[in-house]
Structures are given as structure tokens and as C-alpha cells.
Design a protein around this ligand. Structure first.
Ligand code: UDP
Length: 332
């Protein structure tokens, strides 16, 4: 089997590449290294069954050559992360919408099975937890850049559904706060990457707002397992699946956990959203997935407890960045 992983040099993408190679796939990666890092795939570069193309998914003729050649597409390339989207909404919208349009148009032309990576941001600030796949979305006004991310991925989902209506086997997975090795610490990987690096350096751990907002952090091995199972389940085609853990934790609890696991002297400080994101920002206060559909459809359930996943992630940061924590790890 031949697979294309768009965004395959990114944090989730490169972990997926590892899995696909272990499963015996020949893998093509298209990644322009805007958020991905060549270090994430360096161990595959001499492999005859691995092919890296350093280019944008917006290059239609390139994408046509690659897509016509492979059997399955994992479309993960996107501008991800609230911070990046808020900083550059135009790039996020173009990459996420136009990029997916190109991928699906070509997948349809050459009739290739496709998985589209989406996000729990889809649900916006809805507090109807646990968030089921068919829950209402609740977004703020379009003047708040954060929601451009949610809407750009929602358009991707509409595209996926529309092509499925034409018969194309396409499945959508919605990731819930994935974390693990290769998270970016220097740029903006996730709150876990930030807290681990702050704690490693003995710097203040920056909890935004009151820290009572919650997330369901999902270890990357679980994220990849859900992705792989979804793409190999024919009944999943034309549907959307939460890929996340049902272990919910507040951000301030997370800060204490990271501090304790590292035995760090870092103080925990509270930072207003306005200081972190400016005045025009809205937050998702609770984010907990309903995990039943993925379990019923393709037997996926996240299994790595947060403490274990954090230990493994911390070990990776310590190995990669040293105790000084340069944070030069991989970008998501
Ligand atoms: N967060 C925080 N301190 C930081 C970075 C993030 O308290 O230094 C909070 C952020 O406000 C959010 C949560 O941690 O409530 C998860 O943030 P992340 O950017 O990892 O993911 P997302 O907001 O997309 O869920």
C-alpha cells in the first residue's frame, strides 16, 4: 500500500508516518515545513520506501502527481493551534480551506480513499459536554479570529461530506488536544509543551485566566491508533469521529501535575487572556469528547493515562532539549 501524509513532518503527521512505515506502507510526505520540522522525519530520509517533498499542498500539479500515485491519503496539513491562527488568520483560512479543496478534488478525480484530520475546535465554545459528533456548534462572532480555525475546519468537513455523497470513501477524525513527543515547545505546540518547558527551565508556569477551563489531553499513540483504525474501517466512510480521551483535567491542575512530575521550583502564575491573546479573544471553557461512536464503529478507545503520557512526553523533552530546555523540539 502507498500512502500520502500531507503535513507528515508535523507533530501528529510524523508520528503517523512512523506507524504507517511499521505497518509496511510506502509513504509520501508533502510538507512545506511551515509548522513541521525535518527533524521529525529525519530517521526515514534514507529509507527507499519513504519520500519527502518539501512543498505546499496548494501546489496543485505536485499534488496531482502524488495523489494519482498513492492508494490512500491522510490529509493532516493545516495551520493548527489557536495562537498561530490568531496571529495569521489569512494563512490559516487559505491553507485549511483551499488545501483541503485541492486534496479532495484530486482524491475524487483519482478515486482515492481519504482521511481528513479535523479538530475539537469544531464545537467552539459549546459546553454541552460530553461533546458528541452531532452536537450543535457554538461559535462567537466572526470578528474573533479564533473561530476562523473552527470554521475553516468545518468547511473541510462539509467538503468531505459532499465528496462522500458522490461515493468517495472519506472519513473525518476530530482530534482532542493531542500531546506527546515532537510537540513544539519553541513555537506553540500546546499548553503541555509550554508547561513542561517552563517547568524544566524553572520559569513561571503561565496559567491563563483562572485555570479552571478543562481539556481532555490525548496521548499521541492514542491519536494515531484512532486515525489508523478510522481510515481502515469501511463503515466509517462519510462520518465524523471524536478521537480523544475521556479523562478531563483543568489547566491549573495540569500545571500542578507537570510541576510535581518534574520536581520543578517554578511558580504557577495566572495570566489574563487579554495579555496572552489581546482584547478580542474568546475561550472554550470545557472540552470533553463523547467517545462512544469511535468505540462502537471501529473499536477505538484512548488507553494511555495522562500521568503516563506526561512522563513519556517529559522524558522526550529532557532527551531532546536537555535540562536547560532550549525548546528546539519539533513543531506540530
Ligand atoms: N493555556 C494556558 N497557558 C498557556 C497556554 C495555554 O493556560 O501558556 C490554556 C489555554 O488557554 C487553553 C488550554 O491551556 O485553555 C489549552 O490550550 P492549547 O493551546 O494547548 O489548546 P486549545 O486552546 O486549542 O485547546
Amino acid at each position: 500500500m502507498k500512502a500520502l501524509v500531507t503535513g507528515g513532518a508535523g507533530y501528529i503527521g510524523s508520528n503517523l508516518v512512523d506507524r504507517l512505515r511499521r505497518e509496511g506502507y510506502e509513504v509520501w510526505v508533502v510538507d512545506n515545513l511551515s509548522q513541521g520540522k525535518v527533524q521529525n522525519i529525519a530517521h526515514h530520509l534514507d529509507d527507499a520506501h519513504f519520500h519527502f517533498i518539501n512543498d505546499t499542498i496548494l501546489n496543485q500539479s505536485l499534488m496531482e502527481r502524488v495523489i494519482s500515485h498513492v492508494d490512500v491519503i491522510y490529509h493532516l496539513a493545516a495551520v493548527v493551534g489557536v495562537k498561530y491562527v490568531v496571529q495569521n488568520p489569512l494563512q490559516a483560512i487559505i491553507t485549511n480551506v483551499r488545501g483541503t479543496e485541492i486534496v479532495l478534488e484530486l482524491a475524487h478525480k483519482y478515486w482515492k480513499k481519504t482521511l481528513i484530520a479535523s479538530t475539537s475546535e469544531i464545537y467552539g465554545k459549546s459546553e454541552q459536554v460530553p461533546l458528541a459528533e452531532n452536537s450543535d456548534r457554538l461559535l462567537g462572532p466572526t470578528s474573533v479570529d479564533r473561530w476562523a480555525y473552527s470554521d475553516s475546519k468545518a468547511i473541510d468537513e462539509y467538503f468531505a461530506l459532499a465528496y462522500h455523497k458522490l461515493g468517495l470513501p472519506v472519513v473525518v477524525v476530530r482530534y482532542f488536544n493531542s500531546y506527546g513527543p515532537r510537540l513544539d515547545a519553541k513555537g506553540y505546540g500546546s499548553v503541555i509543551a509550554r508547561f513542561v518547558n517552563q517547568a524544566m527551565r524553572g520559569e513561571p508556569i503561565t496559567v491563563y485566566d483562572d485555570g479552571k477551563q478543562t481539556r481532555s489531553f490525548t496521548y499521541v499513540d492514542d491519536t494515531i491508533q484512532g486515525t489508523f483504525l478510522a481510515s481502515n474501517c469501511p463503515e466509517a466512510a462519510g462520518r465524523f469521529f471524536n478521537i480523544g480521551s475521556s479523562q478531563e483535567i483543568s489547566v491549573v491542575e495540569l500545571a500542578h501535575k507537570v510541576k510535581t512530575l518534574l520536581g520543578s521550583p517554578s511558580p504557577i502564575v495566572f495570566v489574563p487572556y487579554t495579555q496572552a491573546f489581546g482584547n478580542n479573544f474568546e475561550e472554550t471553557r470545557r472540552r470533553l469528547p463523547d467517545v462512544r461512536l469511535a468505540e462502537q464503529t471501529f473499536g477505538f478507545r484512548a488507553t494511555v493515562p495522562l500521568d503516563d503520557g506526561l512522563r513519556r512526553t517529559i522524558a522526550w523533552f529532557q532527551e531532546t532539549c536537555g535540562s536547560g530546555g532550549s525548546g528546539s523540539g519539533a513543531k506540530p
